[in-house]
Design a protein around this ligand. Structure first.
Ligand code: SF4
Length: 400
């Protein structure tokens, strides 16, 4: 393996990203970490031949068996192509001088890094060969943050100048200057800065170097101004022992102030060699419940105050869909009379199904499970939370 390929492999390993990566590819983590534990080569899925460029580039492209055997094994490939597909997730620098207690990058002593030009050359080769379709680029911070952020931006600018038109996500580093954030927003499709946790005190417990207000919240407000509708953030659920009530307050504040287009939740996983190595892992279901709760806030019109009713006395979600928990504590919804907002509170009814109900009930009222099926709604999920009485009829609870 050439020195370049070694670097590519090292800096692409998902286990080294942990907290600096967005959540889209977190399913890659267990695969890589398991492989590390057993000191085996990670199981890498083959890159399919039917890529969009395969037919355009024959010599030296995918048809060249050398390219496939040398490069392809080092590119994580997400089986769930509806997510990030062939997204190359890389660190520009594979070590860091910061002290985030949950992060394995800080434990790497050897400085392995790409220069912007070297990385751009490498990435463009992979892209032109059809082996990658998108790029998420982050970095450890081995030296002054301005230098590293500038390198991230410069990499993006080189790629664009040289014809790369695909998806580009650049990480904004804590403490980055406004000018670099503006340039990152100009060159990338999406930018992000991670909150990691919910408050200055909580962050102080797990990442003492970062100033929550200055390095993260202030920079995030610049990110939102420079890339409205095109920025994301992430929580590491459980790393700082925060409650779900704290996450909920923080999330509500996010949607009120900076409106991230997506929020990612990764369940904290203890990594050996870090100060939190003996901290209990967060069960993955907790992150899953947070994705469900976030949908309720973002797409279903549920307020943070309403969502609080799904928390237990200690401020945590149970391992149950928060929408089901809220519906179980509420009165049944009349499918023929309820406004869209109330229909959306019913488990099994999403925005599209609610719109179908509104359209169909204008023609004739719903009378039972057959009408729900006509609207594409699974009766067993929704039926127990619905009634079918018309304006003048006696309400009848559906029995399925
Ligand atoms: S800033 Fe923190 S989380 Fe990011 S690479 Fe450095 S130590 Fe890891």
């Amino acid at each position: 393996m050439s020195a370049l390929e070694q670097k590519l492999t090292y800096l692409t390993a998902a286990g080294r990203f942990d907290i600096c990566s967005p959540g889209e590819c977190l399913q890659l983590l267990p695969m890589t970490l398991d492989a590390k534990k057993t000191s085996q080569t990670p199981e890498i899925l083959p890159v399919p031949l039917d890529t969009h460029r395969a037919s355009q580039e024959a010599p030296g492209g995918l048809e060249d068996p050398n390219v496939r055997t040398v490069i392809a094994p080092y590119i994580p490939y997400n089986r769930r192509t509806g997510g990030c597909g062939r997204m190359l997730k890389m660190l520009l620098n594979g070590t860091c001088s910061y002290d985030c207690a949950y992060c394995a990058v800080r434990t790497q002593r050897e400085l392995v890094s790409f220069s912007p030009r070297e990385f751009a050359d490498t990435f463009l080769r992979l892209w032109r060969d059809g082996l990658v379709e998108g790029l998420f680029l982050s970095s450890g911070i081995p030296r002054d943050v301005d230098y590293v952020m500038h390198d991230l931006v410069e990499t993006g600018e080189i790629l664009r100048r040289r014809g790369y038109g695909g998806y580009l996500h650049l990480k904004v580093l804590p403490g980055a200057i406004r000018e670099d954030i503006r340039d990152a927003a100009r060159v990338a499709d999406r930018i992000s800065i991670n909150l990691e946790t919910t408050s200055p005190d909580r962050l102080g417990d797990i990442a003492g170097v970062k100033d929550y207000r200055q390095d993260i919240l202030k920079r995030q407000s610049w990110v939102a101004e420079e890339k409205p509708g095109g920025h994301t953030t992430q929580f590491v659920v459980g790393a700082a022992d925060e409650t779900d009530a704290e996450i909920l307050s923080c999330l509500a504040d996010q949607y009120r102030r900076v409106r991230p287009s997506r929020v990612y939740f990764s369940a904290f996983r203890a990594l050996s060699g870090t100060p939190l190595a003996s901290h209990p892992d967060t069960p993955t279901w907790r992150a899953r419940r947070w994705y469900q709760a976030d949908y309720l806030l973002r797409d279903y019109g549920v307020t943070a105050d309403e969502l609080r009713a799904a928390l237990d006395e200690e401020g945590f979600f149970a391992n149950r869909d928060p929408k089901v928990v809220l519906a179980a504590g509420s009165a049944p919804v009349n499918v023929n009379l309820a406004p869209r907002r109330d229909l959306l509170r019913v488990p099994g009814i999403g925005p599209k199904a609610a719109d179908r109900i509104l359209a169909l009930r204008r023609v004739r009222p719903f009378t039972g499970s057959a009408d729900l099926a006509r609207a594409g709604i699974r009766g067993k999920a929704a039926g127990r939370y619905l009634t079918f009485g018309g304006r003048d009829a006696v309400q009848t609870k559906l029995v399925l």
